[in-house]
Write a protein that binds this ligand. Structure first.
Ligand code: COA
Length: 189
């Protein structure tokens, strides 16, 4: 019989430089601030949110999930949101989740996305009972792909025409890490 997973409320997580606070509806404005920057959605290959109501819908969808493991990323010592990270999909029965992340362009290339993702992956395996964590990126999003690779994930393949954007099909790269691989990586690091 499968062991039941009992989830506590989403905890605040910490890393050396970051605090990951559970996402709240009041974070909509901060997320809109960075996700509306052209450089942000150009890097992503598509625009995900164009208004506060798009972000509110995204947050509402995350918050109604059970469990809802999603955080805003805050720089220690500065009370400002510089990004978001968490499980945009969580399949309890399969013990599988998909990680997503974003960082304000003014803070790019300081290792923040990798640091936040690393903590969320640790939480997923150590506390949320996951066996597999996956990540996807558009074929042109080499920065996100680099974050995924630095997180120890293995490339699984290209999912052809996996999503649509502006009525055009987009290919997506799929990566994953299994709990056993993550544990081995911890001892190797
Ligand atoms: C993807 C994203 C979260 C990365 O944030 P970040 O905090 O800058 O990431 P990190 O600093 O941890 O790592 C970035 C890595 O990409 C590398 N990089 C930067 N520009 C690059 C480029 N043009 N091509 C390839 N790699 C690049 C950096 O050198 C670094 O790797 P390194 O440590 O080996 O040098 C940020 O670019 C972002 O928010 N993009 C828009 C949203 C998005 O695409 N989210 C992912 C959805 S799949």
């Amino acid at each position: 019989m499968m062991e039941d997973l009992n989830f506590l409320p989403t905890p605040t997580l910490e890393t050396k430089r970051l605090i990951l606070r559970p996402l709240a509806m009041s974070d909509a404005e901060a997320i809109l601030h960075y996700s509306q920057k052209p450089i942000f959605y150009q890097a992503m290959g598509r625009q995900t949110y164009s208004s506060a109501s798009d972000i509110e819908e995204f947050i509402a969808n995350i918050l109604k999930k059970e469990p809802s493991f999603y955080w805003v990323v805050i720089l220690r010592g500065k009370n400002c949101v510089i990004g978001d990270c968490g499980f945009c999909q969580f399949h309890k029965d399969a013990r599988r989740a998909e990680i997503c992340y974003a960082v304000d362009p003014v803070c790019w290339n300081h290792g923040y996305a990798t640091e936040a993702a690393g903590r969320v992956i640790q939480f997923g395996f150590e506390e949320a009972g996951l066996d597999r964590i996956q990540a996807i990126c558009s074929t042109g999003n080499s920065v996100s792909e680099r974050v995924i690779q630095k997180s120890g994930m293995q490339f699984e393949g290209v999912l052809r025409h996996y999503i649509r954007h502006e009525d055009k099909p987009l290919d997506i790269k799929m990566y994953s890490i299994l709990k056993q691989e993550w544990l081995e990586r911890q001892t190797a690091l």
